[in-house]
Design a protein around this ligand. Structure first.
Ligand SMILES: *[C@@H]1O[C@H](CO)[C@@H](O)[C@H](O)[C@H]1NC(C)=O
Ligand SMILES: *[C@@H]1O[C@H](CO)[C@@H](O)[C@H](O)[C@H]1NC(C)=O
Ligand SMILES: *[C@@H]1O[C@H](CO)[C@@H](O)[C@H](O)[C@H]1NC(C)=O
Ligand SMILES: *[C@@H]1O[C@H](CO)[C@@H](O)[C@H](O)[C@H]1NC(C)=O
Length: 236
């Protein structure tokens, strides 16, 4: 890892140990997806580096080198990463202040002592934290004691998953969308509806409260002591 300061001999022991324990690497092997929050530091690493190698190169694309290690020397290439990357203790690629535009499949190429080349592909996806959603009441229409409800929680221009909850738990997957459209009756309305927005790195939510199928409350139940219905007559 980037921040660890292992003694060189210990690092070598670890590398040797990894070599013994883990299966031999395959050529052009793909690693698991790495996800990160924009603005943080990430470390791209592979689990099965050979114990010894002559040269190790991190690429952005096959034609754009980021950095190269050879004979204990590291060369940083002129790339958009200059000043933001370093080689970690276990020869992982450390990217500081990672941005959404850094989402990419990175390539690690290693030239072994015996002269063969091994290659790994490490996909990185960087996400912004989701913004706080705000539920918009698009429709509360009462017909024959039933309420047609349409609540929206849409956040534009972001890859986001929406999950709606009511007092009995999450709604069925078929209703999970940026807009919740339901019909409720006195026997199955919920006292609240929560919209949760999420991506692989973060999650936020908003809640609206109801006192009857079609009637909004303005406060969470239990905090209702500070809730005054607007039509309360003044009693002097
Ligand atoms: C990211 O790396 C930079 C440079 O090494 C450091 O100053 C900063 O504290 C790190 N940020 C986090 C969240 O670790
Ligand atoms: C509430 O019950 C009515 C009548 O059974 C049904 O049509 C409606 O879909 C139910 N609403 C929800 C949100 O389950
Ligand atoms: C949304 O959920 C699906 C299924 O859980 C998941 O595969 C996908 O990565 C999620 N997308 C985002 C942007 O969080
Ligand atoms: C909504 O967010 C709060 C924190 O802001 C969290 O405690 C709660 O578990 C979240 N609820 C849902 C349903 O995601």
């Amino acid at each position: 890892m980037c921040s660890q300061r292992l003694k060189p001999c210990l690092a070598l022991e670890l590398l040797l140990l990894f070599h013994l324990v883990l299966p031999t690497s395959t050529q052009g092997h793909s690693e698991h997806w790495v996800t990160a929050i924009s603005g943080t530091n990430v470390s791209l690493q592979i689990s099965n580096l050979p114990a010894k190698y002559k040269q190790l190169t991190w690429f952005y694309t096959t034609s754009q080198k980021i950095l190269e290690w050879e004979s204990n020397q590291t060369i940083l290439f002129n790339s958009k990463f200059k000043g933001r990357v370093s080689l970690g203790q276990s020869h992982d690629l450390c990217i500081h202040n990672v941005q959404k535009e850094d989402s990419n499949t990175y390539i690690l190429r290693v030239l072994t002592e015996s002269g063969t080349e091994k290659e790994w592909h490490i996909p990185l996806e960087v996400f912004d934290p989701v913004p706080k959603p705000e539920i918009e009441i698009q429709k509360t229409q009462e017909v024959n004691n039933r309420c047609h409800l349409q609540l929206s929680c849409r956040i534009p221009n972001q890859l986001i998953n929406y999950t709606w909850y009511r007092d009995s738990g999450p709604f069925s997957t078929g209703l999970q969308n940026s807009v919740l459209e339901i019909v409720v009756e006195p026997n199955n309305y919920s006292t609240f509806y929560t919209c949760q927005v999420s991506n692989p790195v973060s999650s936020k939510n908003d809640t609206v409260y109801f006192t009857s199928p079609c009637k909004l409350g303005t406060m969470e139940p239990g905090h209702s002591s500070s809730f005054f219905p607007p039509d309360l007559p003044c009693l002097f």
